[in-house]
Design a protein around this ligand. Structure first.
Ligand code: FES
Ligand code: FES
Length: 205
């Protein structure tokens, strides 16, 4: 069969084209190797190569050298020294890692640090101000809303967002909108009571 059959345009010679393309493909790496430098493509494809990321965490800018695949949770815990946000499952199932991103709750184990650049991250460490606990922190203490406490930072961050979202207006809504946060020791009734206690104070600002 002729190479010119089904050519995209008259005069196009597929064999000549492929021969030329192969020659070009070989020439580029040879040139790069001759210069004894890694190609840009090779550098860009190394996901472990650190990249500089500047994160706003609790009102402060932090510049961190991170693997581009680092999650917000690992950036906080392993690089910024903020271990308040907990790693329960690392799979988006438990809510222990919940933080606020521009005031909205997110699962930090599923959020890439690169995607959070330029946005305001609030963690449990950023809630107390002037030596005074945030109303939701105080309510969790007052209502005895935790036992082991491992899920508590995520519960509190989620509860604050729940109030701001307008979902703390009934026990059923609180239960529904807090259902992404698992407490293995089942302090749920006390958590609902804590959200109800703190909501009015949070909403009045
Ligand atoms: Fe993120 Fe469990 S650690 S949802
Ligand atoms: Fe222990 Fe929630 S207080 S899992």
């Amino acid at each position: 069969m002729s190479d010119k059959i089904n050519s995209p345009r008259p005069g196009f010679d597929r064999r000549a084209f492929l021969t030329g393309a192969a020659g070009t493909a070989v020439a580029i790496p040879l040139t790069a190797r001759a210069a004894n430098e890694p190609s840009q493509a090779a550098v860009a494809q190394d996901p472990a190569a650190p990249v500089q990321v500047t994160l706003r965490i609790n009102g402060e800018s932090r510049t961190l050298a991170l693997d581009a695949r680092t999650t917000v949770l690992d950036a906080l815990r392993e690089h910024a020294g903020l271990t308040g946000s907990k790693k329960g499952c690392d799979h988006g199932q438990c809510g222990a890692c919940t933080v606020l991103l521009d005031g909205q709750r997110v699962l930090s184990c599923l959020t890439l640090a690169l995607a959070a650049e330029g946005r305001e991250i609030t963690t449990i460490e950023g809630l107390a101000a002037g030596g005074k606990l945030h109303p939701m922190q105080q309510a969790f203490i007052d209502q005895d809303a935790f036992q082991c406490g491992y899920c508590t930072p995520g519960q509190i961050m989620s509860a604050i967002a729940c109030v701001h979202e307008g979902h703390a207006d009934s026990d059923d809504n609180i239960r529904e909108y807090m259902s992404g946060n698992i407490c293995r020791c089942a302090a749920y009734p006390n958590i609902v009571a804590a959200v109800k206690q703190a909501a009015p104070e949070i909403l009045k600002g």
